[in-house]
Design a protein around this ligand. Structure first.
Ligand SMILES: [Zn+2]
Length: 74
């Protein structure tokens, strides 16, 4: 994955994942925003200046819960 990103000029700074199951009822399973909060804390980012990209609505719901930048492309 890192090599694929580098081949097109990208860089992956970290990989976050939820190690829990739905039964654990953790706060890092999307659409809950806990994992994005971990990213905010680790990189000290301002969510209002940071876009969220996801492959499902729940990814964007997690971002919206913390005020991440939402952009709509026509
Ligand atoms: Zn979790």
């Amino acid at each position: 994955m890192n090599r694929a990103a580098a081949a097109v000029g990208g860089r992956i700074n970290a990989v976050f994942f939820c190690p829990h199951t739905a039964e654990d009822q953790c706060d890092c399973r999307k659409p809950k925003p806990g994992m994005l909060q971990q990213i905010i804390d680790r990189f000290e980012i301002d969510p209002e200046d940071t876009p969220v990209v996801g492959d499902s609505l729940r990814d964007l719901q997690a971002g919206a819960a913390l005020g991440f930048l939402a952009r709509h492309r026509d």
